[in-house]
Ligand binder design. Structure first.
Ligand SMILES: NC(=O)c1ccc[n+]([C@@H]2O[C@H](COP(=O)([O-])OP(=O)(O)OC[C@H]3O[C@@H](n4cnc5c(N)ncnc54)[C@H](O)[C@@H]3O)[C@@H](O)[C@H]2O)c1
Ligand SMILES: O=C(O)C(=O)C[C@@H](O)[C@H](O)[C@H](O)COP(=O)(O)O
Ligand SMILES: [Zn+2]
Length: 367
């Protein structure tokens, strides 16, 4: 039996991430942050049939008189759209959600981001409870309050910072997660070691087999440690004016790949977010080495670890470097001076770097 772990995110809108087996049947944990009478459960067509009845039953048992409704959308990154967002807020209207209502996001990062954005916008902001069901959502997207939908022109281009009121992570739901999605989540776990703590990379290197085998203790440890790294930086810089941007390591390249592929990751024709970030982190490490900022051996170490997790480390065949560079110009870290990249001085020590010549980026994309 794995013990309950909690991670507190402080600041002006504090909340707690609770990590334990069995939480989706724990009505008290699910509804602790609920203030009103209305709850909209948002999920996707893969997750809802598995877990929505249990979550709704637990919530209703804990809160007699609760009025619930569901918005269930097709699964996949290509569904994280303004159109689905519109349907989601329409569901809040149909529910008659008042300002003390809550949105409960039951799913991976796609659902968390879209439902979170609906919660940020409905009546200018209502409570959001994140119930992540992918490893990626548990270690990253459910924490920190970034919410968004994609546009054809770029990832997460329409969104808001809107922290959840609670994050409830039931590690047993990871048993039904496809292997590919488990590996995608491990990419964001590796990211924390890459940017903040080479010691965590050591730990990951010794726990590859346990994590791929979904060993309860190893997974719970990876989730809790990841949430702590993220909590620490989000608490200091919730709106990404500074250090929070380090969490974007690999994302300038990764988002360009996802966008250029038309968000085809979930259908199998392209890279999903975690896979694109894996490639992006290797490219960021190679660019760091090319610029003489970091040892090439560290890029090779990162690549080897990601490969042991079964993640891709090269740009998919057929994507043009020039097209990817064009996509990067809509990256949210870019400003009037141009692109900014998250690079590293060595494994575990990332920083924001501006003023990189297009030629160096193109050479990294081409090599
Ligand atoms: N807001 C943030 O800070 C942040 C951080 C990282 C990523 N993201 C976003 O998160 C998204 C990626 O999230 P993701 O990797 O969770 O993808 P996802 O939400 O598409 O989920 C992946 C797949 O797993 C299925 N699934 C989810 N939970 C399951 C379970 N327990 N059992 C069986 N199937 C399950 C889903 O239906 C989907 O098909 C991207 O849009 C990315 O931009 C946001
Ligand atoms: O929380 C953050 O900050 C992150 O950057 C986490 C990333 O893993 C995540 O993919 C995020 O959605 C990217 O944000 P964006 O601002 O580049 O869209
Ligand atoms: Zn990410």
């Amino acid at each position: 039996m794995t013990a309950t772990q909690t991670v507190h995110i402080g600041g002006t809108a504090p909340y707690t991430v609770t990590i334990a087996p069995g939480l989706i049947d724990d009505g008290a944990a699910l509804t602790r942050a609920l203030r009103g009478r209305h709850l909209l459960l948002v999920s996707d067509a893969h997750v809802a049939p598995l877990y929505a009845d249990r979550v709704e039953a637990a919530a209703r048992a804990a809160r007699p008189g609760l009025t619930t409704a569901r918005y269930v959308m097709p699964a996949g990154e290509h569904e994280k759209t303004l159109a689905r967002f519109g349907e989601c807020v329409d569901a809040l209207a149909t529910l008659g959600a008042t300002r003390d209502a809550a949105v409960l996001a039951l799913g991976g990062g796609v659902i968390g981001d879209l439902a979170g954005f609906a919660g940020a916008c409905w009546m200018r902001g209502i409570d959001v409870i994140q119930v992540p069901t992918t490893l990626l959502a548990m270690v990253d997207s459910s924490v920190g309050g970034k919410t968004a939908v994609d546009l054809p022109s770029g990832k997460n281009l329409v969104g808001a910072f809107h922290p959840p009121r609670a994050v409830v992570a039931d590690t047993t739901v990871l048993r039904s997660l496809p292997d590919r999605e488990l590996r995608a989540g491990l990419a964001e776990v590796v990211k924390y070691g890459a940017i903040f703590d080479a010691g965590f990379l050591d730990w990951l290197e010794t726990h590859v087999d346990a994590l791929l085998a979904r060993d309860d203790a190893a997974v719970a440890e990876a989730v809790a440690r990841s949430c702590r790294y993220k909590a620490d930086v989000v608490e200091r810089d919730p709106l990404e004016h500074g250090d929070r941007a380090l969490l974007n390591f690999g994302h300038t390249f990764g988002h360009a790949i996802e966008t250029e592929q038309g968000y085809a990751g979930t259908s199998g024709d392209g890279l999903n977010h975690g896979e694109a970030v894996a490639v992006g982190m290797v490219l960021a490490a190679r660019l760091s080495a090319r610029l003489g900022l970091a040892p090439a051996a560290d890029a090779q170490r990162l690549q080897a670890l990601l490969q042991r997790f079964g993640l891709p480390v090269e740009i998919p065949v057929g994507l043009s470097p020039e097209a990817l560079l064009t996509r990067m110009r809509l990256d949210k870290k870019a400003d009037a001076q141009g692109l900014r990249f998250i690079l590293w001085d060595k494994a575990g020590a990332a920083r924001i770097v501006a003023g990189i010549a297009d030629e160096a980026v193109l050479a990294t994309l081409t090599a």
